[in-house]
Write a protein that binds this ligand. Structure first.
Ligand code: MG
Length: 168
């Protein structure tokens, strides 16, 4: 049985994942405003992934007989200096998510709540991928600097990203 402490932390994470979706949608809006539709698409898909994460936790809490409690979402950052700045902030955000997931895992392990630990393992693996994706794009953008042709190529590439709900 999930303790009240763990349940509260899981609820906090559900809200944080919805907040993440909001943060990425704001990033998408900045990219669209810069006429970078591919980058915008990348973040729209990212936002969909975050909603998926939120719902995965939401369904888990329900399954465990807990009560999901939603709260008002914090307003996202809407001001960015450049496309590189956007990705640096996205990576910082993912690092904060990873810290939260690790903290949740520590609590679940401490309570010997094996079902929750097992569910969280998926998120731990997912975070490795999330951080790697952002890091890879930051490296590319840093190398490209103001090479508009290269940025256009990357924009085209990121425009192909589609959301596919994970099956595992
Ligand atoms: Mg997430």
């Amino acid at each position: 049985m999930v303790t009240e402490k763990l349940l509260n932390e899981l609820n906090e994470q559900i809200n944080y994942e919805f907040e993440s979706a909001h943060i990425y949608l704001a990033m998408a809006a900045y990219c669209a405003d810069q006429d970078l539709e591919g980058f915008a698409n990348f973040f729209i898909v990212q936002a969909e992934e975050e909603r998926f994460h939120a719902m995965k936790l939401y369904n888990f809490v329900n399954e465990m007989g807990g009560r999901v409690v939603l709260r008002a979402l914090k307003g996202p950052e809407n001001k960015f200096d450049s496309i590189l700045d956007v990705f640096k902030k996205a990576l910082d955000h993912e690092k904060s998510v990873t810290k939260r997931i690790y903290n949740l895992m520590d609590i679940a392990n401490g309570e010997r709540e094996h079902a929750t630990s097992s569910m969280l393992r998926w998120f731990i693996d997912e975070q490795v991928e999330e951080e790697a994706t952002m890091t890879s794009i930051i490296k590319k953008l840093s190398r490209l600097k103001d090479n508009s042709h290269g940025i256009f190529m990357l924009d085209t590439q990121l425009g192909q990203r589609v959301f596919t709900p994970p099956t595992a």
